[in-house]
Design a protein around this ligand. Sequence first.
Ligand code: AHR
Length: 517
Amino acid sequence: TRRTARAVVNVDLPGPQISRHLYGHFAEHLGRCIYGGFYVGPDSDIPNEAGIRLDVVEALRALNIPNLRWPGGCFADEYHWKDGIGPKDERPTMINTNWGDVEENNHFGTHEFMALCELLGAEPYVNGNVGSGTVREMSEWVEYLTRDGDNPMVRLRRANGREAPWRVPFWGIGNEAWGCGGNMRAEHYADLARRYATYCRDQAGNKLYRIAAGAHDRDYAWTEALMKALNPLGCTNRPRGYYQGISLHYYTLAGPWHAKGSATDFTEDDYYRTLAAARAMDEILAGHSRVMDCYDSGAQVGLVVDEWGTWWDVEPGTNPGFLFQQNTLRDALVASVTFDIFHQHARRVVMANIAQTVNVLQAMLLTEGNQLVRTPTYHVFEMNKGHQDAHNLSVHLSTEGTSRAYGEGELRGELETLSVSASVKDGDLLVSLTNLDAGEPVTVNFDLRGGVVADLTGRILTAAAIDGHNRPGEPDAVVPASFDGFTVADREAGAFGVGLTVELPPHSFVTLAGRVG
Ligand code: AHR
């Protein structure tokens, strides 16, 4: 029997806005993300502007990157920003102890990061150092970046060639304080977050959205400690505004941390297990949201998933500290189902950053010398960009036989293989559909109610096999194509709405764009 599902969408009942910041990115001083990825230096043969790779900028501009987090990650809590300003040949070097124990020459620093954000059209998200830095150091960094008038930090900035203050909307108060950010206990860190945040002041009209270093995975106790620190009086009262957001890190693996598996060489069971792990994001966001609701029923404090994505064993022969991995259609489908989940949690989840943009973990781009490869994940970000700042439309799915059993014994599991989300922005409708089934197509019968839908066009991302990927020499093996596997049904006279049938091939991601009126 053919696998079918029914989906009802009320196109005239838009829900919460899907912040464009859910499509944010992350660039750490790790492996070849910054050096060789974003930055090659002004003397490179690779076309660049003041050292920033222009092919990378051009590719990323097509994604409408809303914000970029930097300089870490774990690196953030050993980064001392004053080492990264002034003439490059006078900048001190350091050892990047977290990532490969390699020398960091600090040639990419504050000014270079702000120039990169300007080239990308992205808003900066600077992550400060709590683990090994001082309150003064962090507060001076905020002043250096955002203050106007006359003050020692402003004079220093001007001496380094930047007259006007920059705008920095997002500020991280440390990173993974329970781990590489200082191995702290939750209550101790919560007090530090309040203290550091106090001296990260809003300067010259710049308003900071301060993000406390939050939990990972299902550590709801950590989230609770951070919420309690904003609202000691208990449930449902208005939280204090020391920090406006709390982060969450969740990575998708097919197995345990010590055996994450290969990015490209995996079984069908590994594939399903990976996608089940990706879908667990839903339950994890619900868990953290429930805790936050208790202390902040009005959702004033945002949940910021500022690290997410797949994490595999590094590519054979590469530095284990550089976290360089290939990226297949499996990664792309992890991204597409994760976005569906983010859209559904748009009330509480205000921002997210995939780890990481270039050459590290689930990257958009892989570089090798002067070559550049767009990964399958890149194409999901591009195909989905119409959801940015659109309003989420609830999709009521009734699935019949679209779940898939996988694995054996203790590793047995069941995965729902259909995932759909929809949004509307100024009359533009975007529907995203993912069929995770490795071998079977699925038919989705839509009942689009409450409006007339016109001018539908489709695009599809798929590959001959679930491990399809792009590489130098074959950069376009997995790219979007136009898709016409849908029909708009005639409606009886007087019925208001549209019937739409979509035939999704196995392991595919499809977007349908149209106008709703
Ligand atoms: O993204 C790689 C690392 O993963 C980050 O530096 C850290 O925050 C997390 O553990």
